[in-house]
Ligand binder design. Structure first.
Ligand code: SF4
Ligand code: SF4
Length: 389
C-alpha cells in the first residue's frame, strides 16, 4: 500500500498535471509488462494483454488502466515460464493487484480519505456495525421496552419512514457521489479526450462486466483459484454476490415506487414483489460472499496482494451481516423482537453504506471504467500494429 507521502504526491500530480516518479509497485508492473510485451504468450487470455500490445512504454496512467482491467483470474501466472522461482520473477496478477489497490486510494474523493482504504479492515467493519447497531438498539430502548407487542411487520412504527429515507438516502447518495468522483478522476487520467467512444463500445463493456467475461481465464475454463486446475467457482460466487446486491436494490426501489407513486404503504406481504426480490437478493448475498471468502482464504500469495485481505474480508463480512440480519428480520417481523432485529439490521446496512466508497466495493466501478476504455481503445487504429488486436 502507498505511504501517505506518496498519496500526497499523487494527489498533487493529479491537481497540477506535473509528472512525478512512479511508485515501486508501478515500476514493477512496467518491468513485467516489458517482459510480457516481448513474450506475448498470454495474448489471448484477457483484455490486459491486447491492451498491453498497443504500448511500447508504460507510464503511470497506462499501468493504472491495466491494473483495473485485470480480473485476477490467475491464468497468466499459471501459464508463465518466467514466474517465480525464475529469475525474471514475472507474477502479473500480483503486480497488478498491488497497483490496483493504490489506484483506489490515489483517485479517492475527498483525496484525504484515500488512506481509509488501508484502514478499512475487518475489525473496523465489525466495530462500526456493532456501534451503529448498538446506537439504534439504545434509541429503540429509550422509547420503552425492546420487546413489544407484535406490530404486524410495520417497521415505520419503530423508525418513521421519513427518518429512514433521510438517514439512508443521504449516506448512500454521498457514497455514490464519492465513488463517482473517484472513478471520474481515474477516467480523466487514463482516457485521452481525442478517443471518442465508437458505437457498440458501451454495450460491449456492459456485457463483459455483467457476464464477468474475463473470469473465464481466456481458455473458457475459469479461474485458477488454488493451483493449475481452473474452475468457474469464482465467477459463480461473484454472480451470486453481484446479482444478490442488485436484487436487494431492486427490492428497495420497487418498495419506494409502491410508497410514493402508488401510495401502497409497507408492510408488504411475503408474496409481494419487494419481499420476493429482497429474499432472493438476501440468499444471493449469503451464498456468494461465503463462496468468495472460502476462495479468498485459499488463494496463493502470488495471485494477489496479501495486504488487501483485510479490505476484502471486511466487505465480504459486511455483506454477510446485512443479508443474515435482513433475512432474520423477515422471519421475525411478526414477533415482539421486530424492533430489536430492525435496529441490528439497520446498523449493519449503515456500516456497509459508510464504508462503501473506501472499500472493496470500489473495484467493480473501476473495473467497469477500465472495460469501457478497453472497448473504446480496441476500436481505434493500432498505431503500433505489432501484435494481435
Ligand atoms: S505472463 Fe509470462 S508467459 Fe504470459 S506473456 Fe507475460 S512473460 Fe509471457
Ligand atoms: S490474472 Fe487473468 S485477468 Fe489478470 S492479467 Fe492475468 S490472465 Fe489477465
Amino acid at each position: 500500500m502507498q505511504s501517505l507521502d506518496q498519496l500526497v504526491r499523487d494527489a498533487s500530480e493529479l491537481a497540477t498535471g506535473r509528472s512525478v516518479p512512479m511508485t515501486p509497485a508501478e515500476t514493477e508492473v512496467a518491468r513485467q509488462m516489458q517482459i510480457c510485451n516481448a513474450c506475448r504468450y498470454c495474448e489471448g487470455f484477457c483484455a490486459v494483454f491486447p491492451a498491453m500490445t498497443r504500448r511500447l512504454e508504460f507510464g503511470a496512467a497506462d499501468i493504472h488502466y491495466l491494473a483495473n482491467l485485470c480480473h485476477n483470474c490467475g491464468a497468466c501466472l499459471h501459464a508463465c515460464q518466467y514466474a517465480p522461482p525464475h529469475e525474471f520473477a514475472v507474477a502479473v496478477p500480483q503486480a497488478l493487484a498491488k497497483v490496483r489497490a493504490d489506484t483506489y486510494a490515489q483517485y479517492a474523493w475527498p483525496p484525504a480519505f484515500g488512506a481509509l482504504y488501508r484502514k478499512n479492515g475487518l475489525t473496523v467493519a465489525l466495530a462500526l456495525s456493532a456501534a451503529l447497531a448498538l446506537f439504534l438498539v439504545l434509541a429503540v430502548a429509550s422509547q420503552g421496552s425492546l420487546w413489544h407487542a407484535p406490530l404486524a411487520g410495520n417497521f415505520y412504527a419503530v423508525f418513521p419512514h421519513n427518518t429512514l429515507v433521510a438517514m439512508f438516502g443521504s449516506v448512500f447518495g454521498l457514497a455514490l457521489l464519492a465513488l463517482g468522483i473517484g472513478v471520474a478522476r481515474f477516467w480523466r487520467d487514463v482516457q485521452p479526450a481525442q478517443e471518442v467512444p465508437a458505437p457498440g463500445a458501451a454495450t460491449e463493456a456492459a456485457r463483459a462486466a455483467l457476464t464477468l467475461k474475463y473470469l473465464d481465464g481466456g481458455h473458457g475454463e475459469g479461474c485458477h483459484d488454488e493451483d493449475d486446475r481452473a474452475t468457474h467457482a469464482r465467477r459463480r460466487w461473484h454472480h451470486f454476490t453481484f446479482y444478490g446486491f442488485m436484487l436487494c436494490l431492486a427490492s428497495t426501489s420497487v418498495a419506494t415506487l409502491y410508497h410514493y407513486v402508488l401510495g401502497w404503504k409497507a408492510p408488504y406481504p411475503v408474496t409481494s414483489l419487494p419481499v420476493i426480490l429482497g429474499t432472493l437478493g438476501g440468499i444471493g448475498l449469503i451464498v456468494g460472499p461465503i463462496g468468495l471468502m472460502r476462495l479468498n482464504l485459499r488463494r496463493p500469495a502470488l495471485h494477489g496482494d496479501r495486504a488487501q485481505r483485510p479490505m476484502d474480508h471486511a466487505f465480504i463480512v459486511l455483506l454477510l451481516l446485512v443479508s443474515v440480519t435482513g433475512l432474520a428480520l423477515l422471519v421475525g417481523r411478526e414477533t415482539g423482537a421486530m424492533a430489536l432485529l430492525l435496529a441490528i439490521h439497520l446498523g449493519t446496512v449503515m456500516a456497509l453504506f459508510i464504508t462503501l466508497p473506501y472499500g472493496k466495493f470500489a473495484h467493480g466501478m473501476y473495473r467497469v471504467a477500465a472495460l469501457l476504455k478497453f472497448a473504446i481503445e480496441k476500436r481505434q487504429p493500432n498505431r503500433l500494429a505489432l501484435g494481435a488486436d
